[in-house]
Every structure is written in structure tokens, then in C-alpha cells.
Design a protein around this ligand. Sequence first.
Ligand code: SAH
Length: 268
Amino acid sequence: MPHDIEAQDTRTGRVRLVGAGPGPADLLTVRALRAVETAQALLYDALISPEVLALAPAACVKIQTGKRAGRASMAQTTINRLMLRLARRGLDVVRLKGGDPSVFGRVGEERAFLEAHGIETEVVPGVTAACAAAAQFGFPLTHRGEARRLLIATATVSSGALADEGWAAAADPQTTLALYMGRDQIAAAAERLTGQGRSPATPAIAVENAGHPGARAIASTLGGLAEAVAAAGPTGPVVLLIGEVAARAAVPSAARDRIPAALKSLRS
Ligand code: SAH
């Protein structure tokens, strides 16, 4: 955006909408890491790990916006106004979101609001939960001859879930379906999918806390997943991956939970 030195916005800060990845600090992009390390104000969601928050400067104002420890999450309008106020004070604001900010991260709404008020924004991408899950448990999301489409959708009923056309695409045997916010909707989603012709024997996997050292994979079939997940009783965030590729999943030999030396040296 061109900078007008006559305008009173010479003190106006900016807002970077940053994807923090699934949690561990070594799954931040270098650009995200630099944004966190230089933030003057940080607004963060409930899924942001303490390890990532600790990378912000001590003087940085840190504001939690998501649900945690019984507190309700902030209303979107409150978050928007807060970002605007902080940016208008001239601060370099970082809005930190789990995974990728453009995947169920409301980045479109927040960016539109800020830009409508003349605030410069930048989006920094992050590793989304489905990618973290696939990498950690050793299966691809697409695979030649087996999965030609990756469909990212939410299974929550409140936001409308997939429209009917969406379920038809999801029923293609060569679709890998990544369902977010679907832990409590598995049975309903499976019913819709099998109703559209997807085989109940399709491999399916639920990954809890993907990307974290303590991640858990619950492998089953489309028809058996709801029961398998209910029996496992996950308490963390869960992403569901449904498709032939899920049969390729393997439990990793070792957790990789340390910041690699190369990334450490970038920070020093
Ligand atoms: N922007 C995020 C998604 C936010 S919606 C991303 O790109 O990953 C929140 C949903 O994301 C959760 O209900 C869950 O389905 C999924 N999710 C987020 N982090 C996860 C994680 N570490 N492991 C498994 N699922 C996760």
C-alpha cells in the first residue's frame, strides 16, 4: 500500500496474520518465527502452544482470544476492534492462528476488516493439521492412481457442513477427505458419505494433536471410525482423513520434537 506522509497514519502499525502450524516451534515457517520474534502485540488462539508463545519478546503484549480454562472465546468483532486499536497505536501486531490462517482461520474476514480501516496486512502461511498428520504418520494426501483430489472440509453442522455437491465429490473413491472440527460428527459424516456411495471399507484415520510429539493416530475404516474414536476418547484437536491413502499410515519410529540446530542458529 502506498504510504502517504501527509496523512495521520504515519504512526499506524500493521497486522500480520500468521499461521503457527500445529504446535511445535520447529513447524513454524522461518517467516512466522521472525514475525513472532518481532511482534509488539500478539493476539493468539487457544491452539497456540506455550512453546511458540515463548518465542515472543518479553515486552510484547500477549492477548489470548480463544476458549481456554473455562473462559469463553472473544467475539470476532471484539478481536477485530482490538487489532485495529493496537495497529492504530503504531504497534506491529501479530495475529497468530493454529495451522494455516486460511484454513478455517477466518483470515478473510479479519483481513477485509483491517484493510477497510486502512491497516496494512500480510498473511504468513502455516502447516495445516492435515499436512502435519500425514507427514507424522507416514502417508501422502494425494497419491498417483489412488488419490487425485484433496478435499478440505468441516464436518460441523453449525457451519453448514458440506453442501450436497460437496458430499458427491467426497464420495469419489479417489478423493482424500480431510475433515476439520469433526470429532463429534463422525457418524453423521460417514452416513452421508456411504449414502453417496463411498464404501464403508474405505480406510480412515483420526489424528489427535497432529504434529505434536504426543500425537495419536486412530486407524480404522469409514464405517468403523466413529466407534474407534469414541473408544479412544481423544481430548485434543482431531483431524479426520478418509481415503485409500490412510491405509499407508504407519506409527513413526521416533517423535521429532526438537528445534533443529539450523533453525536455532537463525534465531540467534
Ligand atoms: N487453521 C487450522 C484449523 C483451525 S479449525 C489449521 O490449518 O490446521 C480447528 C480444527 O482444526 C480442529 O477442530 C481440528 O479439526 C483441526 N486441528 C487443528 N490443529 C490440530 C492438530 N494439531 N491436530 C489435529 N487436528 C487439528
